[in-house]
Design a protein around this ligand. Sequence first.
Ligand code: PLP
Length: 425
Amino acid sequence: MANLTLELAQELLKVYGSPLYVYDGDRLRQTIKHITQAISYPRTQFRFASVTNGNIALLKIFRAAGWGLHANTPGDIYLGLQAGFDPGDIVYSGSNLNRDEMVQVLDWGVRTLNLDSVNQVELFCEVFSHAETRRKVGAPASGDLNFSRQRRREGEVKLGLRVNLPEVTGDSRIGVRPEEFDPAVAIAQQAGLKIKGLHFYRGTGTNATEAFTEVIDTVLATAQKLPDWEYLDFGGGFGYPYHHGKAAFDWEEFGAKLSERITALGREIDLVIEPGRAAIAGCGTLLAQVVSVKWQAEKQIVGVDTTVANLSVPAVHGGYREIFAWKPGENTRIYPTDVCGNTTYSRDYLGKNCQLPALEIGDIIAILDVGAYGYAMSSHFLHRPKPAEILLENNIHHLIRQREDYSVLLMNQILEEKSPITNDQ
Ligand SMILES: Cc1ncc(COP(=O)(O)O)c(C=O)c1O
């Protein structure tokens, strides 16, 4: 938000329309650098979790900074490949792929997979072995894995398990319990593969640094139960200080402790870190304009030209995003204010009980820190097309995603009436 003055906000809305997602590329680069430098362990690989934001222009900034990609779904991989990531720099740590999707992920060349259940390990091994057999006998691709297109050696596969440890991962559906490690290892062995990785994910948005540092030893001890362990993926989940001035995740402390503990193991393992929110939240702002103001006693009810369908986090998921309005004058009076979206949906609030000056029609508001889970979680609920996205670098701005128009609401709908299909011959 540092680079966003009122004059610039006015210019941006004039050029691109309102509402508008604005990303500060310079700030994003600084955050990437800060996180990268905080972890001194030399065998560290950073993988951006694009579940938070899949805009190709932003993904390219991570790629240029030497980060790879973390994929939660095949769609994340698809976007990552479009952004130019090498499949070898993509780590998949998701859940519940069906067979076609497992084939697709492998066919795209992704070889590091942290799987969520023994069943997923079985499926991976079955798909992989089937393709390997076809490759060895020189059989053509069968609508299955197109192995001829890719370089593939057994050693390239990095199979890991997502871990479920109630004492550190809490009550989570995700992951494999340590007592399931042996069956998973045996299934992999039968396919000529090894379980080389352990993946830990604490859950999203934790600002308490000790919630991570206190569990390092437990996670490392658990990883060593895997006989062929050679990499640790420590997630995801690092918080972002949306309440400015309040607790923030301490990257230096985390990086120092994690590096120290891993170095003390006395064996050379690889470390993967896959931040999403912490890396990208702060560089995004949603600009909107006031279209209506009314008062209910002392409370200001401000109507704006955006909606929770454009930014679902605050109202639908209970998150907080600070709302800022440019008003000159040091002694401007502040009022309790609800910032309401442009529908009658009962949860269409961008902010409740915000402290804002008296606003007028045409004023611009900025909803801060929406770079993560902002556009990515927007939807067509309420049938409003989605905003445009722009990137700001060195005070130069350019469009990185078109504003949608109403035609998007017809997409994939079958408009012509066809005669019904019957079973009669
Ligand atoms: C396995 C994994 N890693 C990383 C992330 C990114 O999490 P965050 O944005 O909290 O860093 C997610 C989010 O869903 C995840 O599931």
